[in-house]
Design a protein around this ligand. Sequence first.
Ligand SMILES: [Zn+2]
Length: 343
Amino acid sequence: MMEFGIQKGRHTTSVKLPALIKQAVTIIKTELSQSATSTRALVTVAETLYTQYKRADQRLVEYPNFKSPKGYMSAHYPPELYQLGVDTLEVGGVDGKIKIILHRPLPDGVVKKFILSKTPTGEHYVSFTLKLKRERSSGDREVGLDMGIIDFAIDSDGERYPNPKLLLKVQNRIEHLNKHLSRKVVNSKSWRRLKEKIQKFKRKVINRRKDFLHQLSARLVDSCRVIGVERLDIKKMLGDERYRFSISDAGWGEFKRQLTYKSIESNDTKLVFANQFFASTHICSCCKVKRKEKLPTSIRSWTCEYCGTHHDRDINAALNLKRVALEAVEKWKSRSNTRVIFL
Ligand SMILES: [Zn+2]
């Protein structure tokens, strides 16, 4: 058994990194009698653990928990410990080649570390952390983006990005399987097998959703100079029963995270988050006068009573977001390095 001799709470302050590494090295040498390369991997674990405890002592993070081997597990390795083939991976300290499926070639950059992980469903992944050499190119479009439920998003040029509604499609199937599961004896062999099947289903949905979001966010950041989006209070909206399912299915939070980091990586794409109280839906994008009455969600188009313009609800909102984004970029143009602006 490998033990680091660390306890939770106040005892941790006495733990010093060198002692920890020494202990880790001794353990691996005596108990596993492995080569020097795997010692290096264990040292990385010790270092990570030490950093975590130090940060917890400074009250920056929670103290680490003991992890169940059934849950998500991961190990971080330094970059010198891997050899990547076309469909194989060699890891220092591990005998033989591991067969892998490479989703895409590693981008141009320097590998900082790599992580081997195992999901609760027993799938294994390897992921690489890279410092990228190349920045994303930026196009010259300027768009506002209204997030929806029927369509995932609508831009100010009128283009609609349909919502794949991935979870909804398999929701019935998952519910069906869950019903079966509830009839089985908890922790029996067939219960576990079915549970695994359901989790695999869910993981598939998550992966496909991420893929959809990555493609869309990359396409937007690469083609735009300015992107204006709403700063929705997603946590608050998730509390609303009517929206919870659609929003968590659509992955808005993840989409904004991707837009943000891709804009930061970009040459010159500015991402502007409008204030969450900005009434993008209720202001006329032509005369800028705000409607007196609130527009119910079911009304998809309306006519401005001041200037008479007929609006598509979503495109009007997107146009308003574009306008405030352009104004913000103009206002902050002296800060050319800023990529993300919060209003
Ligand atoms: Zn108007």
